[in-house]
Design a protein around this ligand. Structure first.
Ligand code: FES
Ligand SMILES: [Fe+2]
Length: 432
């Protein structure tokens, strides 16, 4: 397809009457860099759940927009976030994905964050405790009080989730969220939650495509399990999207009929009697948060997706499953099974979504022509309406100062300078 024919296609189909975005927003490395600066460095981001930092001095390391971070529960019980970078000369401080500071790291002391390079040491609140041979080298020009770890805005809210924001003095999280959490809050805040499942995948696609698949249900045609237990059941087409400021979206509930798939004689069907507090039995609510997190509450299990975009064509997705902290061993076992049969790495649902977005990742390549990605289903905000996609890209366009439908400022835009890279398969496996 040439650009001319793409334009002709658009004109034929009515332009603004049929909303779309230009596919180069997924494939242009320059746009990805801008997103990092204008979106990911300037948004509240859900990064983990407080149950993953259950004990004082528990920590996890992660990265946001290429900034390495430590999230640590202090000796005072408070959760804080710091750059995982030594203020002396920039070495990475903690190198494990998770741990507890009771255990001393190389060249350090227990209960401290110690830099292995020149052994500066900090406490769990970011205070500098020790600079080796400070007086000999710095005399009165530098005291421990003059340095500390760079603290990043961090809040714990909405059912114990930990949020960070890289910007200086950001507006409070509650302001960014508005009332987007109201539908889920009663179920998440009734009692403490706990993460029981966590897996990560580096997926070869643009991160926005993953958020899109979490923001539209039209692709239930891909999911046999969802078709049988949802789409063919009463209430499915009554589900509605509600949009909120800052591009958050919720989807209203329905009762999932697991028995339609699992059949009465199957043990699984009879075991699905656990649901989150206040949620109708096997109800199903969903919340999509800008720029890339989803909370998916279905019956007994809450699934939370978060993303770390790595490049324009690769994203690290973290999948968590949560239940109630007070679960008995038997209840937890049922929740884990309910979660994993659908949303585990080999569940009935999740791998299909991954096939969908990696198919897009294979087809939409840097240097390819800009395709028109249709976001044009308008069905009074009911379940196959693509209002979630349109709502997202209104905010995206505002943040970037580029229209998602015309990111280069005119109808055609420049051709990408790089030649198109086509996928290469060897022995049926993607080789590049
Ligand atoms: S870089 Fe950390 S102590 Fe020198
Ligand atoms: Fe899906």
């Amino acid at each position: 397809m040439t650009l001319d024919s793409t334009l002709a296609w658009r004109q034929r189909l009515g332009g603004a009457k049929l909303p779309f975005v230009d596919s180069r927003i997924y494939t242009d490395p320059q746009i990805f860099q801008e997103e990092r600066e204008k979106i990911w460095r300037r948004s509240w981001l859900l990064v983990l759940h407080e149950s993953e930092l259950a004990e004082a001095l528990d920590f996890r390391t992660l990265s946001v927009a290429d900034e390495p971070l430590i999230v640590v529960r202090g000796d005072d019980g408070k959760v804080r976030a710091f750059l995982n970078v030594c203020p002396h000369r920039g070495a990475l401080l903690l190198r494990e994905p998770a741990g507890n500071l009771q255990k001393a790291n190389p060249s350090g002391s227990p209960r401290r964050i110690s830099c292995m390079f020149h052994a500066w040491q900090f406490d769990s609140r970011g205070k500098c405790l020790s600079i080796p041979r400070r007086n000999a080298g710095y005399q009165t020009r530098l005291e421990c009080e003059d340095v500390r770890l760079h603290e990043v805005a961090c809040e714990v809210a909405y059912g114990g989730f930990v949020w960070v924001h890289l910007g200086e003095n950001p507006a409070p999280l509650a302001e960014h969220m508005g009332s987007a959490f109201e539908a889920l809050r009663p179920h998440l805040e009734a009692e403490p939650l706990e993460v029981f499942h966590h897996h990560k995948a580096i997926v070869r696609t643009n991160y926005k495509l993953w958020h899109e698949t979490n923001s539209e249900f039209y692709h239930d045609y891909m999911h046999h399990f969802n078709r049988v237990t949802g789409m063919q059941q009463p209430g499915y087409y009554d589900r509605r999207y509600e949009t909120f400021p800052n591009a958050h979206v919720t989807v209203s509930s329905m009762e999932v009929r697991y028995t339609a798939y699992e059949h009465d004689e199957h043990a699984l069907a009879n075991s699905r009697d656990l649901s989150f507090p206040g949620l109708e039995r096997n109800g199903w609510k969903l919340l999509d948060l800008f720029p890339g997190a989803t909370l998916n509450l279905r019956g007994s299990a809450l699934r939370v997706d978060t993303m770390t975009p790595l490049s324009h064509d690769r994203v690290l997705i973290e999948f968590r499953g949560l239940g109630l902290k007070r679960d008995t061993a038997e209840e937890r076992e049922r929740r884990v099974r309910d979660h994993n049969t659908i949303w585990g790495p080999f569940g009935r649902n999740l791998p299909e979504d991954l096939l969908g977005v990696t198919g897009q990742g294979l087809a939409l390549r840097t240097g390819s022509e800009g395709l028109h990605m249709l976001h044009g289903r308008i069905e009074d905000a009911t379940i196959h309406d693509e209002t979630g996609l349109r709502h997202y890209y209104e905010e995206w366009s505002r943040r970037l100062g580029r229209l998602a439908s015309a990111p280069y400022g005119d109808e055609s835009g420049p051709r990408a300078k790089e030649p198109a890279r086509l996928p290469v398969f060897r022995g049926g496996v993607l080789a590049q």
